[in-house]
Design a protein around this ligand. Sequence first.
Ligand code: 2AM
Ligand code: CA
Ligand code: CA
Ligand code: CA
Length: 267
Amino acid sequence: MINWTEIDQFTKEWIKEAGKRIRQSLSEQLHISTKANPNDLVTNIDKDTERFFIERIRKTFPNHKILGEEGFGDELKSTEGVIWVIDPIDGTMNLVHMQRNFTISIGIFENGKGKLAYIYDVMNDELYHAMNGSGAFFNGKRLPKLLDKPLSECIIGLNSIWLTENRRIDHRMLTPLVKGARGTRSIGSAALEMGYIATGWMDVYISLRLSPWDFAAGMIIIEELGGKATKLTGEPLSILEKSSVFFAGPAVHEQILKQYLSEYVEK
Ligand code: 2AM
Ligand code: CA
Ligand code: CA
Ligand code: CA
């Protein structure tokens, strides 16, 4: 039998320690390099933080598998067993430019089912977390189920790619959705925006392309609160593939799928 409470205690302890180290490192010289394009940044903090978790997980839970953005984990072929999906820093551009609004995001799965989730806002020392079947919490305080709101009362988290020509979607397709909402925000950390949906500060999050480590924790937390975490087609997400993501409370998720996304095809 897997002792999830024990895993939860270790993870929380490690997150607090990693957070402390990151806040300290920010006062030192940052080493910044680029990945897929000049705006796709990575720093020594991203890499050090991923190594920090992997070292501890391997030592404490040697039979668990790890998927991490910076590639120090395992290559996954299936969802079998216990899998940690880790984004050591979500919102690296925010870390580099703003020194705030970035998170550590960790989702833990057993045979593909979400069990534990953590989104840690490092500079504010704020933790969003969930344990499957036991609830979702903000700084240890239980969160209520997501409220059913019409789109006209919703704040949507979006990305500027919605406004520019791109290969995934006709960039005019989402204009009516933006018009139908109360407002929009671009925080720049997908995981933090998912945390904001959990607390009710925002209501909808859409991205045309994310990797499993961007959405793993958010998906578990939002589903624990009765929300929907799917692709833009409404199909389920998988921790083995990149895809679009669409997070919202159940009623507005259905409203948006029907009214605004019926023409959408995943590319
Ligand atoms: P990251 O900071 O971990 O890379 C920024 O809008 C959000 O999209 C962040 O959560 C960022 O995660 C994520 N993202 C995913 N793929 C990205 C990419 N190729 N370049 C920049 N941000 C990306
Ligand atoms: Ca990145
Ligand atoms: Ca990320
Ligand atoms: Ca990252």
